[in-house]
Design a protein around this ligand. Sequence first.
Ligand code: NAP
Length: 281
Amino acid sequence: MITGKTLVAGVVGRPVAHSLSPVLHNAWLATAGIDGVYVAFAPDAMGLERLANGFRGGAIRGVNVTIPFKEAALKIADRASPLAKAAGAANLLIFDRDGKITADNTDGAGLLGALAVQAPTWDVHNGPVTVLGAGGAARGAVAALLAAGAPKVWVLNRTLAKADAIAKSLGSRVLPLPYAHAASALQQTTAVINATSAGLSGDGALTLPLELTHPSTVVMDMVYKPLETPFLAQARALGRPTVDGLEMLIRQAIPSFEAFYGARPPSDTDVRALALKVLNP
Ligand code: NAP
């Protein structure tokens, strides 16, 4: 039941109608019996700041932020966590009672959480990691992997200058590499993480010689629509352990839920099954 005390939070993106976040958060709220609601907002291209300014002082508790607003979200915040600063982007804004906006980035927690759940024997400390892409998601992934203790992270991107920029801001453990030289990284890496939008809803898939990787190399795709991207299908056919983008989405939502509603999501709600029903009606 919605009451006068209902805690309101949501997600801001454009487009946002396809977002699975309302499905996850509202299912957790219902099971936990929390008087709260989670809704979607789609401001126009310049509208994030106006929307966020309207919520200052706690008109609503906070919002998750998705494409294309993650970098703008960090810029409008008054305070930011070290991970959001390192990622150069925020996927979580909290509207504090003092009128300030605090930015955080839980995508890194989502990435590491998904690896822990679906590839439990993989250890970030054990060797180099390869990240494909150099957009906002890749930058966040690299920052989180470094903070978790990855000894070295190769960043492969079509536009090499963007990979160079990540190395420049995140330090000497980051090594930019063109796709043409992927073989040397693939032969040594313990995990390959696709943080490009290739493979999204049937878009041009990545073609990478995954057969060069060690049989224990974990292959992860952040894209979850389709759940089995051509990239993950290639890895599965080679027998590599795989991690999907839906698990990352669920794991990044957990700290967001805690920040909005002050409680851990109930563990007995199968939000993955619910999300799969929405993805494959
Ligand atoms: P972005 O900033 O637009 O960056 C897109 C990246 O993909 C760029 O590095 C781009 O390379 C690369 N790219 C696009 N098409 C490509 C292709 N056909 N071949 C090779 N590279 C290609 O996007 P983003 O915010 O980083 O997001 C990237 C993906 O991660 C999106 O699909 C997003 O939905 C997903 N994501 C998932 C989660 C989750 O929880 N599962 C969280 C965050 C993001 P250039 O620089 O050369 O153009």
